[in-house]
Design a protein around this ligand. Structure first.
Ligand code: PDD
Length: 285
């Protein structure tokens, strides 16, 4: 059961949670969000998610209304009220409700704060290969901001789905940026490559974690430009995010990646990821 949400100070039934038609999130997509996985009732990498929330708030001229401890308390309450276990927390901040629709930022308007829980599929802990397509990254120039204005992302994701693929890998003039909802990694000669952080990609929390695991496993990680040719010639490719963890990519358009099997480096990093999660869950119990 995931039916209680936090909205502007209250914990209420999702079905009775309502926002005004004058909310700037609704009118302009003027807001930011976070998706935080919860394993065994414990938010995963919460401090990092709240740090990114603060960074994004700052980037669009918002002041996050809560500090880490307050967010933790709200999120823990939402988790508890929704029965705990494995969940995905969705946290959204918008620039609030104004008197009438106008482009100028409103003054002294409280932000709209929403925290809700969705089920987190246990299947994400298993490696399951996906097929992807390459699409032109038509989004704006500030993809490092986790904006709720996701029209570019969802149109690209839908285009991939319509073509029979599970996710789109995006590129700008032949340089790979990220997936429509994920960061991209490839393996070549036992070393890992991922696009560097820039305004063209979201700095994923999962991306950082994977880089940490690779360091622990003594696998070299290059944060450098990847071309379309590089990705087609890779030994292994995977996508990463808080809601997918690690998704091995075995096909891009008609091209089978290497042998078409889930590669050994993907499996090694995935194993480290699961062991780390397990150790946190054991500590917490
Ligand atoms: N998406 N790049 C994009 C465009 C994303 O939307 C996401 C996550 C990521 C990975 O970020 P992280 O590892 O912090 O989840 C990269 C979330 C899960 C979503 O929109 O639902």
């Amino acid at each position: 059961m995931t039916d209680i949400v936090y909205l502007n100070g209250d914990y209420i039934e999702k079905s009775s949670a309502k926002i005004s038609v004058l909310d700037r999130g609704f009118l302009f997509g003027d807001g930011i969000y976070e998706v935080i996985p919860v394993y065994k009732s414990s938010p995963f990498r919460l401090a990092e998610h709240i740090e990114r929330l603060n960074y994004c708030a700052n980037a669009i001229g918002l002041n996050s209304p809560h500090d880490l401890a307050q967010w933790q308390s709200i999120i823990d309450t939402v988790i508890e009220k929704n029965g705990g276990g494995h969940l995905s927390i969705y946290l959204q901040l918008t620039r609030g409700v104004e008197q009438q629709r106008q482009h100028d930022f409103p003054e002294n308007t409280p932000l709209t704060v929403l925290v809700m829980a969705n089920p987190l599929s246990p299947a994400i802990a298993k490696l399951s290969a996906i097929k992807t397509t390459l699409l032109d990254d038509i989004r704006w120039q500030n993809c490092h901001i986790k904006s709720i204005s996701l029209l570019g992302n969802i149109l690209l994701h839908q285009q991939a789905k319509a073509l029979g693929y599970q996710e789109a890998i995006l590129h700008r003039e032949g340089i790979i940026t990220e997936g429509s909802t994920t960061n991209v990694f490839l393996v070549k000669n036992n070393e890992i490559y991922t696009p560097p952080k820039s305004h063209h990609i979201l700095g994923g929390i999962t991306r950082e974690l994977i880089i940490e695991f690779c360091q622990q496993l003594s696998i070299v990680v290059h944060q450098q430009q990847i071309t379309i040719d590089d990705i087609y010639q890779a030994d292994e490719v995977w996508l990463a995010s808080s809601s997918r963890e690690i998704s091995p990519v075995t096909q891009i358009n008609d091209k089978i990646i290497a042998t078409g099997a889930i590669g050994p480096t993907t499996q090694k990093v995935h194993k480290a990821f699961q062991a780390f999660k397990q150790s946190l869950m054991t500590q917490g119990s």
